[in-house]
Design a protein around this ligand. Structure first.
Ligand code: SAM
Length: 271
Protein backbone atom coordinates (compact mmCIF):
# COMPACT_ATOMS: atom_id res chain seq x y z
CA UNK A 1 0.00 0.00 0.00
CA UNK A 2 1.44 3.37 -1.07
CA UNK A 3 2.32 5.78 1.70
CA UNK A 4 1.88 8.72 -0.69
CA UNK A 5 -1.48 10.46 -0.82
CA UNK A 6 -2.18 13.62 -2.84
CA UNK A 7 1.55 14.00 -3.43
CA UNK A 8 2.49 13.84 0.27
CA UNK A 9 4.37 10.91 1.78
CA UNK A 10 2.76 10.00 5.12
CA UNK A 11 5.05 10.46 8.13
CA UNK A 12 4.70 7.75 10.69
CA UNK A 13 6.14 9.87 13.50
CA UNK A 14 3.26 12.33 13.06
CA UNK A 15 0.69 9.53 13.06
CA UNK A 16 -0.34 10.37 9.51
CA UNK A 17 -3.19 8.22 8.18
CA UNK A 18 -5.19 10.34 5.79
CA UNK A 19 -8.94 9.90 5.45
CA UNK A 20 -10.15 9.37 1.91
CA UNK A 21 -13.54 7.66 2.32
CA UNK A 22 -16.16 10.26 1.38
CA UNK A 23 -18.94 8.44 3.24
CA UNK A 24 -16.95 8.54 6.49
CA UNK A 25 -15.93 12.18 5.92
CA UNK A 26 -19.59 13.18 5.33
CA UNK A 27 -20.63 11.38 8.51
CA UNK A 28 -17.96 13.15 10.55
CA UNK A 29 -18.87 16.58 9.21
CA UNK A 30 -22.56 15.84 9.85
CA UNK A 31 -21.73 14.81 13.44
CA UNK A 32 -19.77 18.04 13.99
CA UNK A 33 -22.47 20.10 12.24
CA UNK A 34 -20.27 23.22 12.00
CA UNK A 35 -22.03 26.59 11.91
CA UNK A 36 -20.98 30.13 11.17
CA UNK A 37 -20.38 32.13 14.34
CA UNK A 38 -18.75 29.17 16.15
CA UNK A 39 -15.10 28.96 17.19
CA UNK A 40 -14.12 25.79 15.36
CA UNK A 41 -10.66 24.28 15.89
CA UNK A 42 -9.29 21.29 14.00
CA UNK A 43 -6.32 19.37 15.37
CA UNK A 44 -4.16 17.81 12.64
CA UNK A 45 -5.84 19.02 9.41
CA UNK A 46 -3.26 17.15 7.31
CA UNK A 47 -4.23 17.22 3.66
CA UNK A 48 -7.62 18.72 4.45
CA UNK A 49 -9.96 15.71 4.32
CA UNK A 50 -12.20 17.25 7.02
CA UNK A 51 -10.90 20.82 6.73
CA UNK A 52 -12.17 21.25 3.15
CA UNK A 53 -15.83 20.27 3.69
CA UNK A 54 -15.93 22.25 6.98
CA UNK A 55 -14.55 25.30 5.14
CA UNK A 56 -17.34 24.91 2.58
CA UNK A 57 -19.81 25.46 5.40
CA UNK A 58 -18.23 28.18 7.54
CA UNK A 59 -16.27 31.42 7.19
CA UNK A 60 -13.66 30.82 9.89
CA UNK A 61 -11.69 27.78 11.04
CA UNK A 62 -8.58 27.53 13.19
CA UNK A 63 -6.29 24.56 12.53
CA UNK A 64 -3.37 23.20 14.56
CA UNK A 65 -0.77 21.32 12.52
CA UNK A 66 2.68 20.21 13.65
CA UNK A 67 4.01 19.06 10.28
CA UNK A 68 5.63 22.12 8.70
CA UNK A 69 5.15 20.87 5.13
CA UNK A 70 1.44 20.26 5.67
CA UNK A 71 1.00 23.66 7.35
CA UNK A 72 2.70 25.27 4.35
CA UNK A 73 0.44 23.37 1.95
CA UNK A 74 -2.63 24.60 3.81
CA UNK A 75 -1.31 28.15 3.77
CA UNK A 76 -1.14 28.00 -0.01
CA UNK A 77 -4.44 26.19 -0.43
CA UNK A 78 -6.28 27.83 -3.37
CA UNK A 79 -9.82 27.61 -1.93
CA UNK A 80 -9.52 28.48 1.74
CA UNK A 81 -8.63 32.14 1.24
CA UNK A 82 -8.62 33.92 4.57
CA UNK A 83 -10.92 31.40 6.23
CA UNK A 84 -8.09 29.50 7.89
CA UNK A 85 -6.02 30.53 10.89
CA UNK A 86 -3.09 28.13 10.94
CA UNK A 87 -1.33 27.43 14.24
CA UNK A 88 1.88 25.56 13.42
CA UNK A 89 2.44 23.96 16.80
CA UNK A 90 2.27 20.79 18.86
CA UNK A 91 -1.33 20.36 20.05
CA UNK A 92 0.04 18.55 23.12
CA UNK A 93 1.54 21.76 24.49
CA UNK A 94 -0.88 24.26 22.97
CA UNK A 95 -2.65 26.61 25.38
CA UNK A 96 -6.25 26.25 24.22
CA UNK A 97 -7.31 29.16 26.49
CA UNK A 98 -5.18 31.46 24.37
CA UNK A 99 -6.68 29.90 21.23
CA UNK A 100 -10.08 30.89 22.66
CA UNK A 101 -8.82 34.39 23.54
CA UNK A 102 -7.74 34.88 19.91
CA UNK A 103 -10.73 33.13 18.35
CA UNK A 104 -12.84 35.02 15.80
CA UNK A 105 -16.19 34.90 17.63
CA UNK A 106 -16.02 36.55 21.06
CA UNK A 107 -18.07 34.87 23.77
CA UNK A 108 -18.35 31.52 21.98
CA UNK A 109 -16.61 28.43 23.40
CA UNK A 110 -14.32 26.29 21.26
CA UNK A 111 -15.61 23.35 19.23
CA UNK A 112 -12.60 21.08 18.73
CA UNK A 113 -12.37 18.20 16.27
CA UNK A 114 -9.88 16.10 14.38
CA UNK A 115 -8.71 12.79 13.08
CA UNK A 116 -6.02 12.56 15.71
CA UNK A 117 -2.53 11.13 15.45
CA UNK A 118 -3.04 7.86 17.34
CA UNK A 119 0.45 7.87 18.87
CA UNK A 120 -0.45 10.90 21.02
CA UNK A 121 -4.21 10.51 21.43
CA UNK A 122 -4.30 9.54 25.12
CA UNK A 123 -1.94 12.30 26.38
CA UNK A 124 -3.79 14.73 24.12
CA UNK A 125 -7.11 13.76 25.76
CA UNK A 126 -5.63 14.48 29.20
CA UNK A 127 -4.21 17.79 27.95
CA UNK A 128 -7.62 18.82 26.58
CA UNK A 129 -9.37 17.92 29.85
CA UNK A 130 -7.49 20.90 31.35
CA UNK A 131 -9.41 23.20 29.01
CA UNK A 132 -12.94 21.78 29.21
CA UNK A 133 -14.29 25.09 30.58
CA UNK A 134 -13.24 26.70 27.26
CA UNK A 135 -14.73 23.94 25.11
CA UNK A 136 -18.33 23.26 24.07
CA UNK A 137 -17.66 19.89 22.49
CA UNK A 138 -15.03 17.69 20.81
CA UNK A 139 -15.33 15.19 17.96
CA UNK A 140 -12.35 12.93 17.47
CA UNK A 141 -11.37 10.00 15.34
CA UNK A 142 -9.36 7.68 17.57
CA UNK A 143 -8.28 4.09 17.78
CA UNK A 144 -11.48 2.14 18.41
CA UNK A 145 -9.88 0.68 21.52
CA UNK A 146 -9.40 4.19 22.94
CA UNK A 147 -13.06 5.07 22.28
CA UNK A 148 -14.06 1.85 24.04
CA UNK A 149 -11.89 2.85 27.00
CA UNK A 150 -13.29 6.39 27.07
CA UNK A 151 -16.85 5.05 27.24
CA UNK A 152 -16.26 2.02 29.53
CA UNK A 153 -18.01 1.74 32.89
CA UNK A 154 -17.07 -0.02 36.14
CA UNK A 155 -16.69 -3.78 35.83
CA UNK A 156 -15.42 -3.67 32.25
CA UNK A 157 -11.85 -4.71 31.45
CA UNK A 158 -11.55 -1.53 29.37
CA UNK A 159 -12.43 0.67 32.33
CA UNK A 160 -9.44 2.62 33.64
CA UNK A 161 -7.93 5.99 34.40
CA UNK A 162 -8.87 7.39 30.98
CA UNK A 163 -12.53 6.29 31.39
CA UNK A 164 -12.98 7.81 34.84
CA UNK A 165 -11.26 11.11 34.07
CA UNK A 166 -13.03 11.46 30.69
CA UNK A 167 -16.38 10.84 32.36
CA UNK A 168 -15.57 13.27 35.18
CA UNK A 169 -15.05 16.01 32.59
CA UNK A 170 -17.34 15.02 29.73
CA UNK A 171 -20.32 13.11 28.47
CA UNK A 172 -18.85 10.46 26.15
CA UNK A 173 -20.82 9.25 23.12
CA UNK A 174 -19.33 6.90 20.49
CA UNK A 175 -20.57 8.06 17.08
CA UNK A 176 -19.20 5.86 14.30
CA UNK A 177 -16.91 2.87 13.72
CA UNK A 178 -14.41 3.29 10.89
CA UNK A 179 -12.48 0.47 9.17
CA UNK A 180 -8.75 0.75 8.26
CA UNK A 181 -9.62 0.98 4.54
CA UNK A 182 -11.04 4.50 5.04
CA UNK A 183 -7.46 5.81 5.42
CA UNK A 184 -4.31 6.07 3.33
CA UNK A 185 -2.15 4.39 4.42
CA UNK A 186 -4.54 2.16 6.40
CA UNK A 187 -3.73 1.95 10.12
CA UNK A 188 -3.23 -1.51 11.64
CA UNK A 189 -6.20 -1.02 13.98
CA UNK A 190 -9.91 -0.23 13.75
CA UNK A 191 -10.94 3.36 14.40
CA UNK A 192 -13.99 5.12 15.79
CA UNK A 193 -15.35 8.63 16.13
CA UNK A 194 -16.38 9.87 19.55
CA UNK A 195 -18.20 12.97 20.77
CA UNK A 196 -17.04 14.41 24.11
CA UNK A 197 -19.28 17.10 25.59
CA UNK A 198 -17.88 18.81 28.71
CA UNK A 199 -20.38 18.78 31.59
CA UNK A 200 -21.81 22.16 32.59
CA UNK A 201 -21.39 20.96 36.21
CA UNK A 202 -19.14 18.04 37.18
CA UNK A 203 -21.21 14.90 37.93
CA UNK A 204 -19.55 14.57 41.36
CA UNK A 205 -18.34 17.21 43.79
CA UNK A 206 -14.67 17.03 44.63
CA UNK A 207 -12.64 19.36 46.83
CA UNK A 208 -9.56 18.90 44.68
CA UNK A 209 -9.46 17.58 41.10
CA UNK A 210 -5.70 17.06 41.51
CA UNK A 211 -6.36 14.69 44.42
CA UNK A 212 -9.05 12.87 42.43
CA UNK A 213 -6.56 12.41 39.57
CA UNK A 214 -3.88 11.14 41.96
CA UNK A 215 -6.19 8.65 43.62
CA UNK A 216 -7.42 7.32 40.28
CA UNK A 217 -3.88 7.10 38.86
CA UNK A 218 -2.64 5.24 41.93
CA UNK A 219 -5.57 2.82 42.03
CA UNK A 220 -5.26 1.89 38.33
CA UNK A 221 -1.48 1.83 38.35
CA UNK A 222 -1.82 -1.48 40.14
CA UNK A 223 -5.23 -2.47 38.83
CA UNK A 224 -4.93 -6.15 39.81
CA UNK A 225 -4.40 -5.20 43.45
CA UNK A 226 -7.19 -4.58 45.95
CA UNK A 227 -7.71 -0.91 46.78
CA UNK A 228 -6.64 -1.70 50.35
CA UNK A 229 -3.18 -2.36 48.88
CA UNK A 230 -2.99 0.00 45.91
CA UNK A 231 -4.21 2.96 48.00
CA UNK A 232 -2.48 2.06 51.27
CA UNK A 233 -0.27 5.19 51.06
CA UNK A 234 -3.27 7.48 51.19
CA UNK A 235 -6.17 5.75 52.96
CA UNK A 236 -6.51 3.06 55.65
CA UNK A 237 -8.68 -0.02 55.41
CA UNK A 238 -10.89 1.34 58.19
CA UNK A 239 -11.39 4.62 56.34
CA UNK A 240 -12.27 2.75 53.14
CA UNK A 241 -14.89 0.81 55.10
CA UNK A 242 -16.17 4.02 56.70
CA UNK A 243 -16.95 5.28 53.18
CA UNK A 244 -19.11 2.18 52.64
CA UNK A 245 -16.60 0.67 50.20
CA UNK A 246 -15.10 -2.80 50.16
CA UNK A 247 -11.32 -2.68 50.85
CA UNK A 248 -10.81 -5.91 48.89
CA UNK A 249 -12.43 -4.50 45.75
CA UNK A 250 -10.23 -3.65 42.75
CA UNK A 251 -10.12 -0.23 41.09
CA UNK A 252 -11.97 -1.57 38.05
CA UNK A 253 -15.25 -1.94 39.99
CA UNK A 254 -15.21 1.52 41.60
CA UNK A 255 -17.46 4.22 40.15
CA UNK A 256 -16.56 7.86 39.68
CA UNK A 257 -18.66 8.55 42.80
CA UNK A 258 -16.55 6.03 44.77
CA UNK A 259 -13.30 7.64 43.61
CA UNK A 260 -14.68 11.08 44.49
CA UNK A 261 -15.58 9.86 48.00
CA UNK A 262 -12.02 8.55 48.52
CA UNK A 263 -10.49 11.74 47.10
CA UNK A 264 -12.60 13.93 49.39
CA UNK A 265 -11.62 11.81 52.40
CA UNK A 266 -7.88 12.25 51.73
CA UNK A 267 -7.69 15.75 50.24
CA UNK A 268 -6.24 17.36 53.37
CA UNK A 269 -3.77 14.56 54.07
CA UNK A 270 -0.11 14.36 53.17
CA UNK A 271 0.66 11.25 51.06
N1 SAM B 1 -7.11 15.35 9.25
C1 SAM B 1 -6.35 14.62 8.26
C2 SAM B 1 -7.18 13.49 7.70
O1 SAM B 1 -8.19 13.16 8.34
O2 SAM B 1 -6.84 12.97 6.65
C3 SAM B 1 -5.04 14.08 8.85
C4 SAM B 1 -5.18 13.15 10.01
S1 SAM B 1 -3.68 12.35 10.51
C5 SAM B 1 -4.33 10.95 11.34
C6 SAM B 1 -3.08 13.30 11.90
C7 SAM B 1 -2.65 14.72 11.60
O3 SAM B 1 -2.17 15.33 12.82
C8 SAM B 1 -1.52 14.86 10.61
O4 SAM B 1 -1.78 15.93 9.75
C9 SAM B 1 -0.30 15.16 11.48
O5 SAM B 1 0.74 15.84 10.82
C10 SAM B 1 -0.92 15.97 12.59
N2 SAM B 1 -0.18 15.94 13.86
C11 SAM B 1 0.60 14.93 14.34
N3 SAM B 1 1.07 15.22 15.56
C12 SAM B 1 0.56 16.44 15.88
C13 SAM B 1 0.67 17.27 17.01
N4 SAM B 1 1.40 16.91 18.08
N5 SAM B 1 0.04 18.48 17.01
C14 SAM B 1 -0.69 18.85 15.92
N6 SAM B 1 -0.85 18.09 14.82
C15 SAM B 1 -0.23 16.90 14.79
Amino acid sequence: MSKTHLGHTARKRFGQNFLHDEYVIDKIVAAINPQNGENLVEIGPGLGAITDPVCERVDKLTVVELDRDLAKRLRHHPFHGDKLTIIEQDALTLDFSSVLANAPNAGQPLRVFGNLPYNISTPLMFHLFDFTTDIKDMHFMLQKEVVTRLAAGPGSKNYGRLSVMAQYYCQVVPVLNVPPGAFKPPPKVDSAVVRLTPHAEPPVEVQSVTTLERVIAQAFNQRRKTIRNSLRDCISEADIKALGLNPTARAEVLSLQDFAAIANAVTDREW
